[in-house]
Design a protein around this ligand. Structure first.
Ligand SMILES: C[S@@+](CC[C@H](N)C(=O)[O-])C[C@H]1O[C@@H](n2cnc3c(N)ncnc32)[C@H](O)[C@@H]1O
Length: 260
């Protein structure tokens, strides 16, 4: 090895090699039908059950699923999603204990959260079931959309954001937590990986900050802020309410802590 440049080139090649292996894991799971099977089943399945239903070797499937979990392809989407909303609310309340949180989600997710001892005893947390496209959303000072918009196409995002814009009280706002693509779309790599996942699982994608801003503008929002590093984008409606600004700042700090 002659120079620092050579060393850096080898490091870059290693990164690409890992990238290739990661994509192999994702495409193998996809081609075997693992993601489709889990989506259709609507509930967690053991690796043995998945291997049997897909006609694969049990030990090979176990290893593939472990790799998917390690790479967060399945852990994020299947095992922990049901707790994620409650965990985020808990983080926010721990930084702002005088507030309360309503977890709004589909009935099956809310039912499982209600049974979870980590959340069922919390007096500051209430639950509301509903479909955010069809049903009314609860009244709130701040709406937090964490890892929601990346699952939907632009049209659906604007539909949801327009609904929240109408629901916002004066001074109210919306806080969005997403991985954000660089403006030139050259990184960060985890945002590209999640964008691929969104292609497999949904009609969504990861977006740049200006793409998010365009969605908010189309939904009627006037003041749009970005805070933190690429992992956090925060938006709110107006600056009239100092208390809300404090609330918003603390909530976004909580989210930032959780995201890092
Ligand atoms: C990726 S998870 C994000 C969960 C959580 N916000 C977090 O902090 O990670 C997406 C959530 O959106 C919920 N969801 C999907 N479609 C929905 C709809 N139409 N109405 C309400 N919730 C929905 C899912 O059930 C799931 O809990």
């Amino acid at each position: 090895m002659d120079s620092i440049e050579d060393f850096e080139s080898i490091q870059v090649l290693h990164q690409y090699q890992y990238g290739l292996l990661i994509s192999k894991v994702m495409f193998t799971a996809s081609e075997l039908g693992v993601f489709d099977l889990l989506l259709e089943s609507g509930e967690p399945l053991s690796s043995g059950a998945i291997a049997e239903r897909l006609g694969t070797s049990p030990s090979g499937m176990e290893r593939l699923l472990e790799a998917c979990v390690g790479l967060k392809f399945l852990r994020m989407e299947r095992k922990e999603n049901r707790r994620a909303a409650g965990t985020l609310a808990k983080e926010c309340i721990s930084l702002y204990p005088n507030s309360t949180a309503i977890v709004f989600d589909l009935p099956e997710v809310v039912e499982s959260l209600k049974k979870d001892p980590a959340f069922s005893q919390e007096s500051w947390m209430t639950f509301q079931t509903g479909d955010f496209f069809k049903d009314p959303v609860p009244e709130a000072d701040l709406y937090i959309l964490a890892r929601i918009l990346h699952s939907w196409n632009d049209e659906k995002c604007i539909q949801l954001l327009t609904k929240l814009h109408k629901a916002c009280k004066p001074g109210g706002g919306v806080l969005v937590v997403e991985l954000v693509l660089d403006e030139d779309k050259c990184g960060p790599p985890e945002a590209h990986l999640y964008s691929m996942l969104m292609l497999l699982h949904s009609k969504g994608k990861e977006r740049t900050s200006s793409e998010y801003q365009a969605l908010f503008t189309a939904a009627g929002f006037k003041e749009i802020y970005q805070q933190g590093e690429a992992k956090l984008v925060a938006y709110r409606q107006d600056t009239g309410n100092i208390l809300l600004f404090d609330y918003w700042k603390r909530a976004s700090q909580a989210v930032l802590q959780q995201a890092t």
